[in-house]
Every structure is written in C-alpha cells, then in structure tokens.
Design a protein around this ligand. Structure first.
Ligand SMILES: Nc1nc2c(ncn2[C@@H]2O[C@H](COP(=O)(O)OP(=O)(O)OP(=O)(O)O)[C@@H](O)[C@H]2O)c(=O)[nH]1
Length: 416
C-alpha cells in the first residue's frame, strides 16, 4: 500500500516547523519527515529532530544545499524512495523550504518515480497572518508594504512565490493569529479565499491544528490544484462569459468596459476584475505603469501583448510590490500557416482576430479598496493609440523580455 504524503509550504518564518513539531507530538502515526532548507546549515532538521521521539520510528531526513523544487528534483525522488525502502513508517511529511514552489514538488509524487510508493494526500500552505495582512490586507495602512527583494535562487520576487504557494494548495493554515485582531484575521481569510477559492482555510496560533485536519485528508487533485488559483478562475469565467455572449453581441474588444462579471461578492473591500484588450501595450508606458501600480492591488496575472514583441506571449505576474514579465510561449499567429491551422483546429474556441490572430492581453486583477475603473483606464492609456498603431513599433524603447524564459522585473515605487 502506498504511503500518504503531505507537502508543507509557506514563506520563511510562517510557522511550518512549529506546526510540524506540534503535529509530531500530537499525532499517533509513525511519521517520517523530509526537511529542505536552502543553505548549508539545516537548522530546521535539528529543531524537528530535537522535538521528535526517534524511538517511535519517526525519521527526519534533511536535504541540504539546494531547493527540492528545482535543482534537487531528482534527489528528492531518490531520497524518498530510499527512505521508503530502508524504513518503516506510515506517513511522510515534506517540509519545503520557504522559497520552494509547491507544484514541481507535488508533481514528483504524482508523475515522478516517487509516485509508486507514495500517494500525495495534500499540499498545505502555512501563512503568517500578521505579515500577510501587512503586505496585502490593508491598502489604507499608514505604513507602506514591506518591499521584497529578489530571492536567493534567481530573480523571482518572494511575494510572487508566496502567492503561488497560496494558489497551489489544498489547505491553508493561517498561523500567528495572536498577532492580528479579529477584524484583521477575517480580512486575511477573505483575501485568501479570493486568491484560492478551492482550499479550506483554518486559523491557528503556534501551529495548534488537529492532526486529523492535516493528515489523511485525501484533498489533493493535481488538475484541480493546477486550475484552482483565483486569477485563473477569473480568466476562465471571463472567457466563458464572452463565449456565451458571442452570438448575442458584436463585441468591440478594444473598448469593452461594460459587460457584467459573475464574480464573488465583494467582501472586506475585496474587488476582482478582468482586463481584456486586443491591442498591444506601448512598452514604455506599460512598464512605467507597472512601476506605479495602485497600493490596493494584491494580485494581477495573465498574458499580455506588448508592441514589437509579436512572437512572444508574455506572462505578467504581480504580487505585493513587484511585477515580472516573462516570455512563456509564442502567439499562435506567429507560427507558420500550417501550424496555425493545426492549433486553430484543435482549439475551436480560441479568440481570433483577422489581423492580429490570438494576440491579446487578458489579465485577472484582485485588489482591496481598489478603484478598478481607474486601473482599467490607466491600463487603457498604455495601449497604442491609432497613430502609434501605424508607426514603426521597433522605434519604441522596449524593456520587455525577448527570449523564451527571459524575465523583466519591475519594482513598484513605494507609495507616499
Ligand atoms: N507569535 C507567534 N509566533 C509564532 C507562531 N508560530 C510560530 N511562531 C514563531 O515564529 C518563528 C518562526 O517559526 P518557524 O516554525 O520556525 O517558521 P518556519 O516557517 O519553519 O520558518 P523557516 O524554516 O525559516 O521557513 C519562531 O520563532 C516561532 O516560535 C504563532 O502562532 N504566533
């Protein structure tokens, strides 16, 4: 029988080790733990070990000097298979480093060799209620949100990773609730439910959660987890809405402000919207806007079309204070006629413009106390004007990335 696995994520210091220690103390099961810290000194492994009764058969295995989600992918599989062969235990918990992306780790247990002996039960993300509120929860706060620098492994902003951990999980544990008021806690929960509508949310202090809530929940579903992010749901709703109205309306997508959205009700000032245009952004104006996004914006993500990047489909991802623009694919319209035809045959619902093909900007916007109309108008101001459409786009100053996987990071100016 395969061994159930829980992956524990959360930003540095959110309380993963505290939760794990609590769990090891209270659970009746024989639990093996795989701890991954980036850096040579594996403090967490020592801490967990010190609080774990090894005579019960619980094992703590540490992966060091790397991050299991990327460089140590193969090592993770090898380690957990070796652990399974050499030890007898009922349950495995993987504590990902604070800068680990959960999806690649989860995939190792679903599609990788570790999927044989193991069965992924759930991905749990621990959130520091205080820090989350300060960063995303109160756009009217006197203090500007803490600025996050690039992480140690590359140029990925930490806030972006934090939200990815929130967006790809089955259970959210909101920890450190002793450090927030009831009203603040409620806002954090409401925001998390918007960012990740599928996950269950529990609130706690010092990781004090019933082991039965955490273990053997059978919550994990790769497809659902991959599709469940609030921003993805928003874009899907938008596309479905457009399709269902396609016959009834002759949409002018360039200036389509007025259609209704079936979005969750606004709670605690949380606002969600989508932005869809089939006209390219002027690169300089767009990047200038990214450096000056409104304080209340929490999350913006989707594809965008930037002038003079006619092949590159660019994913924009904003979280907290930084935006990344990354080339994540090619527009179908930039492929050979033959390949275009093949793609279009396989995707009959694809929005297609006679002149520009599938090139478009389609963004999900999630914010608090945010004037969405104002943000939409500011985005519109970044679109090429009619004169610019006719101009030579290669003359524009263009900081947008060019090669597949290339990334440009723009830091929002701090609000006064
Ligand atoms: N006030 C308060 N402090 C907490 C709570 N939970 C954990 N802490 C403290 O927060 C600090 C970080 O907790 P850890 O459990 O080490 O966090 P972590 O997520 O494992 O941290 P990394 O290993 O650095 O990623 C420790 O000093 C804990 O004692 C809580 O609910 N309230």
């Amino acid at each position: 029988m395969s061994v159930p696995v829980t992956i524990l994520c959360g930003e540095l210091g959110a309380g993963k080790t505290t939760l794990l220690s609590e769990l090891l103390e209270t659970s009746e099961r024989d639990i093996a733990v795989l701890v991954n810290d980036v850096g040579a000194v594996n403090v967490d492994a020592d801490l967990v070990e010190a609080r774990t009764d090894l005579t019960t058969g619980e094992e703590v295995l540490a992966l060091e000097n790397g991050c299991i989600c990327c460089s140590l992918g193969g090592e993770l599989s090898r380690s957990v298979i070796q652990l399974w062969k050499e030890h007898d235990f009922e349950y495995l918990i993987v504590e990902a480093s604070g800068i680990g992306e959960p999806e690649p780790i989860a995939r190792q247990f679903v599609r990788g060799p570790a999927g044989g002996p193991y069965d992924l039960d759930a991905v749990i993300t621990v959130v520091d209620a205080r820090r989350f509120y300060d960063r995303f929860g109160d756009s009217a706060a006197d203090e500007p949100p803490t600025r996050q620098g690039p992480d140690k492994t590359g140029s990925r902003p930490l806030a972006d990773l934090l939200l990815e951990q929130v967006e790809f999980c089955d259970l959210l544990v909101v920890n450190k609730c002793d450090l927030v008021s009831t009203a603040e806690r409620e806002r954090v929960v409401a925001l998390l439910e918007t960012l990740q509508p599928r996950a269950e949310v529990v609130t706690t202090e010092y990781g004090d959660v019933d082991p039965e809530t955490l273990l053997d929940s059978k919550r994990f579903d790769l497809e659902a987890a991959t599709e469940s992010a609030g921003w993805k749901q928003l874009l899907e709703d938008e596309t479905e809405h457009e399709e269902s109205n396609a016959a009834a309306h002759d949409h002018d997508h360039d200036h389509d402000h007025d259609h209704e959205h079936s979005h969750p009700s606004e709670r605690y000032g949380i606002a969600v919207d989508t932005y869809h245009r089939q006209r390219p952004f002027h690169p300089e104006r767009f990047v200038a806007l990214l450096a000056d996004l409104p304080d209340g914006l929490v999350r913006a993500k989707g594809l965008c079309w930037v002038a003079n990047r006619e092949r590159q489909a660019i994913t924009m991802s904003y979280a907290g204070t930084e935006t990344t623009l990354e080339v994540t694919g090619r527009w179908i319209a930039s492929l050979s006629d033959e390949r275009q035809a093949a793609f279009r045959d396989s995707q009959p619902d694809l929005t297609w413009d006679e002149e520009w093909g599938d090139r478009e900007t389609r963004l999900a916007l999630i914010g608090r106390n945010l004037a969405m109309d104002d943000l939409q108008a500011r985005l519109d101001h970044c679109l090429l004007t009619d004169d610019e459409l006719d101009a030579d786009w290669s003359t524009f100053e263009n900081p947008a990335p060019t090669g597949m996987g290339d990334m440009t990071t723009v830091v929002s100016d701090e609000q006064p």
